[in-house]
Design a protein around this ligand. Sequence first.
Ligand SMILES: *Cc1c(COP(=O)(O)O)cnc(C)c1O
Length: 388
Amino acid sequence: MSIETFYRDSWVEIRLDAIKENMKQLQKTLDDKTGIYAVVKANAYGHGDVQVAQAALESGAYGLAVSLLDEALILREAGVEAPILVMGWVRPEDAPVAVKYNITLTAFQTEWVESVKNQSYEGALSLHLKWDSGMGRIGVRTKEELHELLLSCQDEKIQIDGIFTHFATADELDLSYFHKQQERFEILLEEFNRHWNEDVEIHTGNSAASMRFPEKMHHVVRFGISMYGLYPSTDVKALEPIPLQPAFSLHSKLIHVKKLPKGESISYGATYTTSSEEWIGTVPLGYADGWIRKLQGMEVLVEGKRMPIVGRICMDQFMVRLDQPYPVGTKVTLIGKQMDQEITIDEIADYLDTINYEIPCMISYRVPRIYVKDKNIIEVDNSLSVED
Ligand SMILES: *Cc1c(COP(=O)(O)O)cnc(C)c1O
């Protein structure tokens, strides 16, 4: 834990209590024997990988799941000792690194396993086998492929610790494709059990499946988006299988406020012109921070009131139309609550015609992350810090 200094007026606030509460809510619905992999890929969906991993583990997460070996190594470097699963493809020649740091990799190609066996390392590489039951991304699809893969895995340098699949439509109301994937997984599972006697971890569920069908989950679930307090889709949000609290909020401050007469233009391209005498505020956050140009027209909160972004968003700044003058230093909330008003990640995703997953991932390394626990700031992480 460290409090790093930063010298700008924009920041992300992460409420670790929300992460813990969301974990608790899922645990309540799951069987006692079902563990949780906290999915912290992509810097924990922009929330901060090490901090979220620690909060999730403190709340009883069984392990962590990431996409890249690099992401797994960051966690080990930070002292995380829990099981870590890399769910994406890793180059076979990098397997010795995974062995050295006790990281589990994902396998689904026989040639890949053969290539791993040719690498030089001590001990065995831990693997989860991936089955493609209908996502069409990575995984074995047929019994024949599975047989071949298992034959190749019968080697002292390989240790199969788990098998899993991933659902493509678990967040939709129509469950026919979800059921088809489940059936296909069960068929391969039977086949696996016929050929393999050792116990392995079985997992299928992402946030949507684990919240909607907790009784159908096997040994572990992979809890991503909803650990952060966001529902995987508007359909699942309407069902509200468990209550969630968003952990992420984004804030800045007014750094300049001025009165403009009617007919004055704002920002590049002069796309906005005042239609009367207007108060215009400048906010020090822009597209290099992830507040992309398509957010022109979106609102922000000032003193609990909504104010529109006017003119083009610049690389480092944008302007808002204010209803009255406010002092320099007044807090501006781009994501989160002010008094009884709230701008949610879902609202921004909707405005951008995308999914909520993309929004926190988009807020760049330039914006420091402040970690709050029991209303106290316990850590500040500033990627721009030179005081390391
Ligand atoms: C990202 C990911 C998850 C987490 O999905 P959420 O919808 O965020 O819960 C689970 N499994 C795999 C394979 C993933 O890539």
